[in-house]
Design a protein around this ligand. Structure first.
Ligand code: GDG
Length: 458
């Protein structure tokens, strides 16, 4: 029997609550497949007084252990260091980053508190898998609390070029902390290469073998595991009652107009203003398309307590308003901009209805929407995908129409090309895209990561 698995992530999908996405399902499955385990993380609640311990829930073979944050921890660890410093820097937006020693102290404090809480639950032969940028220092703190078993970390967002990472005042402490893990997984080869180069140039790392560096007196394995989705789930959702109902509602309004769709958390990394401008440019350049094509952008607001997100919201409201005012007619609205969320089934139905999917982040770890869009298409009449070359997914999906999201004219051309793509070419490209989405799906991802972690030397 393989060792028991312990997962730590900032947010947890609690039993009973609908699983917010494929990742939550994948991690719960990973735990079940290992014959049980523990999933530890923040409860999502902010309470005045620091609650000492964790609350436990069980579902089948999986135990959930959650801890609350105090308002100060929420502010410093979550909003502050995680989302005002790490998120922008890792997405190449040093201009938006806010460096505050007190935020870092809160980040360290929560990582330490979580580590101490979790260590109490570990048994010597357990395997620990920590997720994402909120918890980069948790491994080091677990080591400090006496844990010396196997421990892996997966970063869901990009790892930037060393010159960008070094802008973080605490880059050395973060890098050293990360190297407490036995395995560090990244989304793409680009990220893996960036982290290796950082360690070689700044921490005197020595290459041990193709995937292992000797650094800070340890051997650390650094490898790429591109996250995927469950493609069958999205194909089924597209045909589900919810999926068909959503497609029918939108289809009634867009009638036989070609539909272009975007679905993104409202985040400045997603390139939403550039995308709207590019769509406006298509209407500028192609008089014949006016009245004939609709762009639906679903953009649920996210991290609204952070300034940069409030500014983005205003910018998008303005831009969509302006383009609509310029081009709309009595019976046609060019952009349907929806700052709200929809159920996964509805999303799948809308993906299928669309002729073109626009996934044009300025920088993105992977981007699951690209894969969901592909999985939801009908094989006989699939839509075309316009994909940013800066999305991690571009490494795996060369059959998409790849674009530079900073180049508005090129994006407008790509949208036009996608709208006019003959059905044979759409089918051919889709066959190649879906083959990849199927091959490196979510089950492949978690198994590959855990197999590599099981195989590290301790
Ligand atoms: C991070 C990394 C990496 C979106 N709107 C709604 C909704 N969504 C769902 C999508 C998709 C998920 O949220 C978004 O995933 P992405 O991968 O596109 O982007 P991030 O949220 O930034 O995720 C990213 C990912 O982690 C996994 O490692 O790929 O690079 O940034 O599943 O469908 N879901 C529902 N309603 C919505 O309105 N239900």
């Amino acid at each position: 029997m393989s060792a028991r698995l312990i997962i730590a992530s900032n947010r947890i999908a609690l039993p009973g609550a609908p699983k917010p996405g494929g990742l939550a399902v994948a991690l719960a499955d990973a735990l079940a497949e290992r014959g049980g385990g523990i999933w530890f993380g923040w409860s999502g609640e902010v309470v005045e007084r620091e609650t000492r311990g964790v609350r436990l829930f069980a579902e089948g073979l999986v135990e959930y252990a959650v801890a609350d944050l105090t308002p100060e921890e929420y502010e410093g660890y979550y909003l502050g260091y995680s989302n005002r410093a790490l998120w922008p820097v890792f997405h190449y937006r040093v201009d938006l980053a806010h460096f505050d020693e007190a935020d870092f102290a809160a980040y360290e404090h929560v990582n330490r508190r979580f580590a101490r809480l979790l260590v109490q639950f570990t048994r010597p032969d357990d395997v620990v898998w920590v997720h994402d940028y909120h918890l980069m220092l948790m491994g080091q703190e677990m080591r400090a609390s006496g844990w010396d078993g196997r421990m892996g970390f997966f970063l869901h967002i990009p790892f930037p070029a060393p010159e960008i990472f070094s802008a973080l005042p605490q880059h050395q402490r973060l890098a050293r902390g990360l190297c407490s893990y036995d395995l560090i997984g990244f989304q793409t080869n680009r990220d893996t290469a960036n982290f290796r180069r950082y360690l070689i140039e700044n921490a005197g790392a020595v290459v041990e073998d193709a995937r292992t560096l000797r650094v800070f007196d340890r051997s650390v394995r650094i490898e790429t595991f591109s996250i995927g989705i469950d493609p069958d789930e999205f194909a089924e959702l597209a045909e589900s009652r919810e999926g068909r109902a959503a497609a029918e509602r939108l289809g009634k309004i867009t009638e036989n107009r070609a539909l272009v769709i975007g679905v993104d958390r409202m985040d400045y990394s997603k390139g939403l203003p550039q995308r709207m401008e590019a769509f406006g440019r298509v209407l500028d350049d192609h008089v014949e398309l006016r009245g004939d094509v609709s762009f639906v952008q679903i953009a649920p607001p996210s991290r609204e307590a952070v300034d940069a997100y409030q500014m983005l919201r205003e910018q998008l409201d303005q831009l969509a308003g302006r383009i609509n005012a310029d081009y709309a007619d009595l019976d046609w609205m060019p952009i349907r901009y929806l700052a709200r969320s929809y159920g996964r089934g509805s999303l799948a139905g809308l993906y299928r209805l669309a002729r073109v999917g626009l996934v044009t982040p300025l920088m993105d770890g992977m981007n699951l929407v690209a894969k969901e869009f592909i999985a939801a298409q009908h094989p006989d009449d699939p839509g075309a995908l316009v994909l940013s070359e800066f999305a991690g997914a571009a490494e795996q999906l060369p059959a998409a129409i790849l674009v530079n999201p900073h180049d508005i004219a090129a994006m407008a051309d790509a949208i036009f090309r996608a709208l006019s793509m003959p059905i044979e070419e759409r089918r051919e490209r889709w066959q190649s895209l879906i083959a990849n989405v199927r091959e490196q799906d979510i089950a492949w991802w978690r198994r590959a990561f855990l197999a590599s972690l099981d195989d590290t030397q301790t």
